[in-house]
Design a protein around this ligand. Structure first.
Ligand SMILES: Cc1cc2nc3c(=O)[nH]c(=O)nc-3n(C[C@H](O)[C@H](O)[C@H](O)COP(=O)(O)O)c2cc1C
Length: 175
């Protein structure tokens, strides 16, 4: 009887995702990262949350040809921390997958605002990006430096890649 209860308990825990819970946390200004993150979270049956800026990024804000645009000013300032409107609690998760667009070679600065607010002790961190062409670069390792206490497993550019590919990559890192 005890054995049966134990087996049922383990089955329940697995079904409820009690073990090794993964969460996707993303920021996206024009939807590319959002699509990637949503597809991956859906395939992995993982929770997903969007980082919501207090001030949305307009087309003028995103103009990298204008050195005075909002994003140009933010990207030029390593200390820039754009404000976030919502709270995303990662305390119940073991693995956090951060997803973001590459802006000027690095993660959009709002990701740093988010990362510096969390308690990363005991958490595994994976960084996924989308980009025009430059790929992940140093964005993952740089962001991970600000996630004090996290175990950084790695990162990759998944622009226009399917959720199945993301799942395979993450499962490989978690092995
Ligand atoms: C301000 C700004 C800077 C960018 N800088 C880069 C860059 O350095 N390298 C690159 O490959 N793409 C760059 N891009 C393109 C974005 O990384 C790419 O379009 C991304 O997929 C957008 O994601 P989103 O739709 O989730 O916002 C930049 C885009 C913006 C708006």
């Amino acid at each position: 009887m005890k054995k049966l209860i134990f087996v049922l308990l383990i089955s329940f825990c697995c079904a409820a995702g009690v073990y090794a819970k993964t969460v996707f946390v993303y920021f996206s200004a024009t939807g590319t990262t959002e699509n990637m993150a949503k597809n991956a979270a859906s395939v992995m049956d993982a929770d997903i949350f969007k980082i919501q800026p207090v001030q949305e990024y307009t087309a003028a804000d995103r103009n990298w040809h204008d050195k005075n645009s909002r994003t140009s000013i933010e990207c030029n300032d390593p200390k820039s921390r754009p404000a976030i409107a919502n709270k995303i609690d990662i305390s119940e998760y073991d693995t956090v997958v951060l997803c973001y667009p590459i802006w000027w070679g690095y993660a959009a600065r709002i990701m740093y605002t988010y990362v510096e607010r969390q308690d990363w002790r005991g958490k595994k961190l994976i960084t996924l990006c989308t980009s025009g062409s430059s790929g992940l670069g140093q964005s993952g390792t740089d962001l991970a430096k600000h996630a004090k206490g996290a175990e950084y497993l790695g990162g990759k550019d998944f622009t226009r890649k399917g959720g199945d590919e993301v799942k395979k990559y993450i499962e490989g890192l978690l092995k």
